[in-house]
Ligand binder design. Structure first.
Ligand SMILES: NC(=O)c1ccc[n+]([C@@H]2O[C@H](COP(=O)([O-])OP(=O)(O)OC[C@H]3O[C@@H](n4cnc5c(N)ncnc54)[C@H](O)[C@@H]3O)[C@@H](O)[C@H]2O)c1
Length: 351
């Protein structure tokens, strides 16, 4: 039996990790902890495997039976909670992004090393079957010279919790780039088999809700944390950039909101022999440039969160670092920092 706890009882706990952990027979969920006890209690009702609820994560960390914690709090709290958990001798899976910037992320990686604990990051797409298959295709040379990857993570109206944690840079580290872009850019680097980043250039915009009270929308996710009257919105709602690597170059556009009524979430892999379009979170189509045939390969898509949680448990049980170990994700975090720096300084950054 493995004993774990979750810290942070919001959307990702309810929709991803608790359903996944509830399916694992040999996992005991000893605590669900949230600053707001009613959120922890609501999850305990929905997921009866949760044995206890509490509001102070230090109580969880003081329990020697708890081997590992899932840190599912807003981005700024990832750092403190994870550092405390590692120091208390727990293995940690912390949600993406690692935290609000690269410097603190490196400190987290160093602490995990010092404490000899496993620290995994919730860049769940690395466990998506489509992503794993595309990585194999690249490794097998199916694209020929894979010269460019383009991705779009653009939505019509998706600014989350306007005025709350998500749109306050000191709490979130940024907007659409750190929230959605991390998934896209990390999975691209993973599919490429790792790539050394040479230069980046980027422009970030905050246009759609400059005046929060006049932002028009039909629904808003994370509306429970919104504070349109007194909160802050100082993050990117639109982002565009270009990345040169020692492998393919990468370009991207991302929008939490835009005045084009389309949601376009895809990644194009462009090779001289073949190309592919991955529909984010779904399947990909593969086009052979010599036969002009496009196919959608047959495969099942297992639940990536269940795969992620299982791999984390396996990793700390065996002591073997997994692909989502922080050591393998730091490069993505460094990339985000460089992109934001390029936008702030209005110039290309060399890494
Ligand atoms: N992997 C993914 O696809 C994915 C999807 C959504 C969110 N996330 C990430 O998960 C994290 C949480 O996002 P969410 O949408 O669930 O947010 P949320 O606001 O719904 O939930 C966060 C919860 O953490 C609690 N909390 C804050 N500080 C705490 C503390 N010190 N101790 C205990 N509880 C605390 C809050 O009260 C809240 O209930 C974010 O970092 C986000 O980027 C990842």
């Amino acid at each position: 039996m493995t004993t774990v706890a979750i810290i942070g009882c919001g959307r990702i706990a309810k929709n991803a990790h608790l359903p996944a952990l509830s399916t694992l027979d040999d996992v005991k969920i000893k605590y669900a902890c949230d600053l707001l006890i009613e959120k922890a209690k609501a999850l305990q009702e929905e997921f009866p495997k949760i044995e206890n609820v509490c509001t102070d994560y230090k109580e969880v960390l003081a329990d020697p039976e708890v081997e590992a914690v899932f840190v599912l709090t807003p981005n700024f709290a990832h750092y403190t909670v994870t550092m405390d958990a590692l120091k208390a001798g727990k293995h940690v899976l912390v949600e993406k992004p690692i935290t609000v910037n690269y410097k603190l992320s490196v400190k987290m990686a160093n602490e995990a090393k010092k404490q000899n604990k496993i620290l995994n990051i919730g860049v769940c797409n690395r466990y998506h079957k489509s992503v794993e298959l595309l990585r194999d295709y690249v490794a097998e040379g199916k694209f020929g010279n894979l010269y460019h990857v383009y991705c779009s993570f653009r939505s019509f109206r998706s600014i989350p919790g306007l005025g709350g944690d998500f749109t306050t840079k000191s709490q979130s580290g940024g907007g659409v780039l750190i929230d959605w872009g991390i998934h896209f850019l990390d999975l691209i680097l993973y599919i490429l088999g790792g790539a050394k980043i040479k230069t980046v250039t980027c422009d970030a915009y905050n246009e759609m809700a400059k005046d929060m009270k006049s932002y028009k929308y039909t629904s808003m996710w994370a509306e429970d944390t919104a504070d349109i009257e007194n909160g802050t919105n100082d993050v990117d709602d639109y982002i565009t950039g270009h990345i040169r690597t020692d492998k393919a170059s990468i370009s991207f556009n991302g929008a939490w909101a835009q005045n084009v009524d389309q949601n376009e979430m895809f990644i194009d892999f462009l090779g001289d022999k073949a190309g592919a379009r991955l529909i984010y979170g779904n399947k990909f189509s593969f086009t052979d440039g010599s036969t002009l045939e496009t196919v959608i390969p047959e495969y099942d898509i297992p639940n990536m969160y269940a795969c992620e949680d299982k791999a984390f448990i396996e990793s700390f049980k065996t002591g073997v670092k997994d692909k989502n170990n922080i050591d393998n994700i730091l490069e993505s975090m460094k990339l985000l920092d460089a992109l934001y720096a390029s936008s702030d300084k209005k110039k290309e950054i060399k890494l």
